[in-house]
Write a protein that binds this ligand. Structure first.
Ligand code: ADP
Ligand code: MG
Length: 254
C-alpha cells in the first residue's frame, strides 16, 4: 500500500513553565487512515492534538499538515481540518438545526442541517435541543459539527469517554464510516480495546514520549514473538459482549 503522508510532526515539544508535557515526538499520519494517539491521562495527547489543530502554541519542533507549514500558515490549516466544537454550555436552548446553521455561518458554509444530521443518524432529533440529547447523541452531534466545512482531516479528542458500550460501538461505526468516505481521522483514546478495533495505526504515548508506533496487529504480533503469553485462557466473550447481546447495539438507539 502506497500511503501518502498528510500530517508530519517532527521533534515536537511543549513546555508548561518548567514542565515538559511533550518531549520531542515525531510521527506521520497517512491520508485516509484512522490514526490513534493512545495513552493514559496526562500523557500529552490533547496537547499534541491541539498544537496540530493550531489551538495551542508549541515550544519547538515542526508540524506540517497537507503540505502547509504550521509556523507559516496556521489559518490555511484551519480551513482544511474539522475540530470538535464545544457546543455544551453555550447555546443549550437552540435546536440542533439552529446550531448547525449557526456553525455553518461561522465557517461561511451553506449546510443542509437534515442531511448533516443524517450522516450521524440524528435526523429524528432535528428539533431537539442540544441539552436534551443523551451522551452518545451529543458526541455524534459534535462529530457532525466537525464535518461542516468538508475537512480533509478531523480531530477527535477522547470522543467515547464516559459513553456506555452501545454508544461507543455506534460511534466507532460512525468514525469508520467517515473514514470510508475519504476523510482522515486522528483520534485520542485511553481505551486499549477501542484503539485495537478502530485505529489503522496507533502511537502509544506515555509521559510525553512515543514508545511504540505501528498497526495494532503488528504491535501485538511483535509482543507475541517475544514469547509473551496471556496468563489465563481467555474466554470467547466477555461481560460487555453479554450486555451488548442482551440489549442490542444496532437496534436500540442510545
Ligand atoms: P492527555 O490529553 O494525554 O491526558 P494533556 O495533553 O492534557 O494529556 O496533558 C499533558 C500534561 O500537561 C499533564 O501533566 C497536564 O497536567 C499538563 N498540562 C496540560 N495543559 C496544561 C496547562 N495549560 N498548563 C499546565 N500544565 C498543563
Ligand atoms: Mg486529553
Amino acid at each position: 500500500m502506497a500511503a501518502n503522508t498528510i500530517i508530519t510532526v517532527k521533534n515536537l515539544t511543549k513546555k508548561y513553565g518548567d514542565f515538559e508535557a511533550v518531549k520531542g515526538i515525531s510521527f506521520e499520519v497517512f491520508e485516509g487512515e484512522i490514526f490513534g494517539l493512545l495513552g493514559p491521562n496526562g500523557a500529552g495527547k490533547s496537547t499534541t492534538l491541539e498544537i496540530i489543530e493550531t489551538l495551542r502554541e508549541k515550544t519547538s519542533g515542526e508540524v506540517n499538515v497537507d503540505g502547509i507549514d504550521l509556523d507559516k500558515k496556521p489559518d490555511e490549516i484551519k480551513k482544511i481540518i474539522g475540530v470538535q466544537l464545544q457546543t455544551s454550555g453555550y447555546y443549550p436552548g437552540l435546536k440542533l438545526t439552529e446550531l448547525i446553521d449557526l456553525f455553518g455561518g461561522l465557517y461561511n458554509e451553506t449546510v443542509d442541517p437534515l442531511k448533516l444530521l443524517d450522516t450521524v443518524n440524528l435526523r429524528d432529533k432535528a428539533k431537539a435541543k442540544y441539552k436534551e440529547l443523551s451522551g452518545g447523541q451529543k458526541q455524534r452531534f459534535s462529530i457532525a459539527t466537525t464535518l461542516i466545512n468538508h475537512p480533509k482531516i478531523i480531530f477527535l479528542d477522547e470522543p467515547t469517554t464516559g459513553l456506555d458500550p452501545q454508544a461507543r460501538r455506534n460511534l466507532w461505526d460512525l468514525i469508520k464510516d467517515i473514514r470510508s468516505k475519504g476523510t482522515t481521522v486522528i483520534i485520542t483514546t485511553h481505551y486499549m480495546d477501542e484503539a485495537e478495533v478502530l485505529c489503522d495505526r496507533v502511537a502509544i504515548i506515555d509521559s510525553g514520549k512515543i514508545i511504540a508506533l505501528d498497526t495494532p496487529d503488528k504491535l501485538i504480533d511483535k509482543l507475541v514473538e517475544t514469547g509473551f503469553e496471556r496468563p489465563k485462557e481467555v474466554k470467547k466473550a466477555n461481560l460487555e459482549d453479554v450486555f451488548i447481546n442482551l440489549t442490542g447495539h444496532v437496534l436500540r438507539e442510545d
